[in-house]
Design a protein around this ligand. Sequence first.
Ligand code: SF4
Length: 406
Amino acid sequence: MVVGCSPGDLKRASPRYREGILFVSWHGVGDGFSGSFQVAVMTSLLPERQDIADRLLAWAHDHLRDLPWRRARSSYQVWVSEVMLQQTRVTTVVPYFDRWMRRFPTIHALAAASLDDVLKAWEGLGYYARARNLHKAARQIVREHGGHLPADRDELLKLPGIGPYTAGAILSIAFGRDEPVLDGNVRRVLCRVFNIREDPHRSAVQRHLWSLARALLPPGRAGEFNQAMMDLGATVCTVRGPDCAHCPLADVCEAAHLGIQSQRPVSSRRPRIPHYEVTAAVIWRDGQVLITRRPYDRMLGGLWEFPGGKREPGESLVACLEREIREELGIEIIVDGPLPPVKHTYSHFRITLYPFHCRIRSGSPQSLECADWRWVTLDQFSHFAFSAADLRIIANLCASQEESHA
Ligand code: SF4
């Protein structure tokens, strides 16, 4: 069974691409291929591999981006930058990275910091599990490796938040090991150059792509090569407008030859992103506001927020807020006027957040469904880490306070 192409496709393909297509096709069989056949086909990729590596390394010489974490090349800096870059643009990451390195210049400094300080430094970058994992991993590295990142794939993979991609980046860029990387940019370039006709998110196709990424590595120069692939995907072979006229791989790119760049990588249709209506209580007492800390094992765990929750079908916003606050803090509230609603999009859903000014009708706060709670003044908000949506509520609160004092 051939998944990636038909025998007719193979006949039509130019000889230089046949091995590549055959390689991809046989991997598409999934459970059926034998190890010895895989090695034989990989060997037939060698001339192609050298060609691609040479072209990319020559291009990298003039085009690799000058980024702060590329100057020192310390394993700690490579690690932090790669974690920050997951799901986040380079331009957003650069100021966060610079601030982070001033605040936590070493793994020891990060390990010694409180989780609050770490979350505060990450505030606004999103996907907060990344920050919690960096912090946890730093403590593990101090405990088990004397404060140095291990230069060993298996040991790296034991650290929280380090998967095959981050391990490959650390090993190749910081330690000079011949290890591949496969992020979204590299995946896109490979899918186009080798005209991969299957959805690259399928696990069988992921395995082909990892094998391809490894087969292409120029021995001894994997770090440079991996960074060149990442930068080519980020700046030339972009999602919507690949600039093939200025691409060093244009002559060896199967998708460019066939004029089907926009159809690679193949994507399965994404499910519709659900939308939720969520309420939040800004509960006042003597000029202070009640904030709660999210449970550590939930999304945005450890961040502070205005208590509240998701509206149930048929429930009014006010009834929702009264119920949520009763469940979370064990108090009854009086719901006063609304604040401007806030819309926010997460990776898998969207929310409209409806905040309301509130007062306590009866009871004292207890941590029933939150990790902690505090009374704070508006001036003290900056000492706590909040999610992006709650930061917008704070901005609206501060603006309305300024107006009322004007
Ligand atoms: S030739 Fe075009 S499609 Fe192919 S790798 Fe280069 S930019 Fe991407």
